[in-house]
Write a new protein. Structure first.
Lengths: 429, 178
């Protein structure tokens, strides 16, 4: 490690610990790295602006954010909830199952766990507490655990970021996430089925045949959104960016024109919030380009690969270590930083060990998402706890069975690559 | 002195509000531009050569413009691992020191950034043929505004006041002054 890179690390860690926003800290560290290394500091502009300007796929990120916020504002979550209630609500612990099913369906329209948690997730918490009499902590725990599925089932913002760094096909990653996402949903529903009799969790009220039909029909139009989004990408009609834009426009048409649930004021709010969300994410990406430049210039990724190969680590052991390290990091560091800064370090080692980059991309996304619900720093726990005014302690008490279920899924996804790769291979990726 | 400060803060609020309106409209235009690109390519069969590039340029200006002028400092991604665990006076000093250090680095390197951007005047974007120094100018504006904001934050923290525009923001600017 050169003195320049050591200085970069010192400046970055110092500023981050002093609560300077991570993107600002990355840009400062980038300037200092170039200065100490005797390079032209103008390279900061070159790396940030040229990298962003040439990454057209990144435009998909703000459009996925816009589509999710548009759906949250346009009663689409409520329609999905009623349809899911009609399908699985009658089982013991019915509202818990409904919560998970809504998350799975919403996942196919949104690429962000936080959007899932703040939209259908908050609605689920309200319904579980008011209608089902669930303890607040349990409602938040189920919602947080099920929101983890959002970036696994496509579309997925973290997978777009991973694709950018690993030269992997976004379409292949999206296909690779489907089975793992469904597996996680199934595991959560099984967990609810096990705990429901012990905790006396009720079933939903019975619906008549006509009510069930109405609820299912009301969800038909929203379900066209994933068809447009994902069908467009996989059939090769749209690029991910175009599909995301079409998805956002379609969500707008459904919310504003078909359901008339979005007036001009609501639309303005959605655009304003989406713009701010997108800015925060994109600025992080801009900063990460600088750190990646330093890592590549120092050949640290190659050095790490050589170290791993020299220790004769098997792929099995490598993935075990990666999982343990990222589960720990995921509790402390934000998703974007992990994918944009830490994952690129591992890519040469992944290639050298013969691990499929699509498999690695999906498992690392699952891993980092589990970090979002791992106490005591999991972001989703803070978001949902803050919005629903349920204490962290209450949530954590009920969270463990769901966390264990998710970690078991991660084990299966890690050591049975076919779970991830079967679909991409079937589609010719 | 207080009157001047009040006027400056009121002016800053107006600028921030106007920037927010512009960025929100810009974000809507970005979605529209991408939809137009798809429409031209798949419906009209005449791919637009300029809209992809214009969307990308708009996107760059939105990110850096909104980050500098619209997004509240507290909404940026930050880690409170250390700061949140120390007593309040220590917290304040750590934040002041961090803001001063980051602000100083960004301000000191601003001339290099401006010089590099100015150097790009010969280069043009592939489709619209816009000068690259104009397109990339937003990065210098971003860097300058963030540097000033951080230094101001450090200064205000030094005299022990709450920073205006932070969440929760004071109800009135006068509350901040008082």
């Amino acid at each position: 490690m050169s003195p320049a890179f050591a200085t970069l690390l010192v400046v970055l860690v110092t500023l981050v610990l002093m609560r300077i926003p991570i993107p600002f800290a990355m840009i400062c560290a980038g300037f200092v790295y170039l200065w100490v290394g005797g390079q032209d500091m103008g390279l900061v502009v070159d790396q940030v602006m040229n990298s962003l300007f040439s990454s057209y796929v990144l435009l998909a990120v703000p459009m996925f954010i816009l589509a999710a916020n548009m759906m949250n504002a346009g009663t689409i979550s409520e329609r999905l909830w009623r349809a899911a209630d009609a399908m699985v609500g009658r089982a013991r612990g019915g509202l818990g199952h409904v919560n998970v099913l809504v998350s799975i369906v919403f996942s196919s329209m949104s690429g962000s766990a936080v959007a899932d948690a703040a939209g259908p997730g908050m609605m689920s918490i309200r319904m579980m507490q008011k209608v089902g009499g669930y303890p607040g902590g349990l409602a938040v725990a189920i919602t947080a655990a099920s929101a983890v599925i959002a970036p696994i089932i496509p579309p997925s913002i973290p997978m777009v970021l991973y694709a950018l760094n690993s030269n992997t096909s976004v379409g292949a990653l999206f296909l690779g996430g489907i089975v793992p996402g469904l597996l996680m949903g199934l595991a959560l529903m099984l967990t609810i089925a096990i705990i429901a009799p012990r905790m006396g969790l009720p079933a939903s009220e019975a619906m008549s045949g006509a009510e069930i039909r109405r609820a299912l029909i009301a969800a038909v139009l929203p379900m066209t959104l994933p068809m447009i989004l994902l069908g467009g990408i996989w059939s090769g009609i749209f690029t991910p960016t175009e599909a995301a834009a079409v998805g956002a426009i379609w969500a707008f048409l459904l919310s504003a024109v078909v359901y008339r649930a979005l007036d001009l004021k609501g639309l303005w709010q959605v655009l304003r919030v989406s713009m701010q969300n997108a800015t925060v994410v994109m600025l992080l990406i801009a900063g990460a380009f600088l750190i990646n430049y330093a890592v590549t210039a120092e050949r640290l990724d190659r050095a790490l690969a050589d170290l791993i190969l020299s220790r004769n680590l098997s792929p099995w052991m490598f993935l075990l270590i990666v999982n343990l390290v990222f589960l720990a990091l995921g509790c402390l560091i934000d998703t974007g930083t992990l994918i944009l800064v830490f994952v690129p370090l591992l890519m040469p080692a992944v290639a050298a060990l013969g691990i499929d980059p699509v498999h690695f991309g999906v498992l690392i996304t699952v891993n980092i998402m589990i970090g979002l619900v791992t106490p005591p720093f999991g972001l989703l726990l803070f978001v949902l706890g803050g919005l629903s005014r349920v204490g962290m302690g209450d949530t954590v008490r009920y969270l463990w069975p769901f966390l264990i279920a998710l970690v078991l899924c991660l084990g299966v996804i890690t050591y049975v690559p076919a779970v991830v790769l079967a679909l991409p291979h079937a589609f010719g990726f | 002195m207080a009157r001047i400060l009040l006027t400056l803060l009121a002016g800053a609020r107006v600028v921030r509000r106007l920037s927010e309106v512009a960025a929100t409209l810009g974000f809507g235009a970005l979605a529209g531009l991408l939809a137009y690109t798809v429409w031209q390519r798949y419906v009209m069969g005449t791919p637009s050569s300029w809209s992809d590039e214009f969307a990308m340029i708009l996107f760059l200006w939105l990110i850096f413009g909104a980050a500098a002028l619209v997004v509240p400092y507290r909404d940026q991604i930050a880690v409170g691992l250390l700061v949140d665990t120390v007593p309040a006076p220590w917290r304040r000093w750590l934040e002041v020191l961090g803001a001063a250090l980051a602000g100083a680095i960004l301000l000191a390197t601003l001339p290099v950034t401006m010089d590099y951007i100015a150097f790009l005047w010969r280069e043009r974007t592939p489709a619209l043929r816009w000068r690259l120094n104009h397109v990339y100018l937003i990065f210098a504006l971003f860097q300058g505004l963030i540097a000033l904001g951080l230094l101001l934050r450090a200064l205000i923290g030094l005299i022990g006041r709450a920073t205006p525009f932070d969440d929760p923001a004071p109800a009135n600017i006068e509350d901040w002054i008082e």
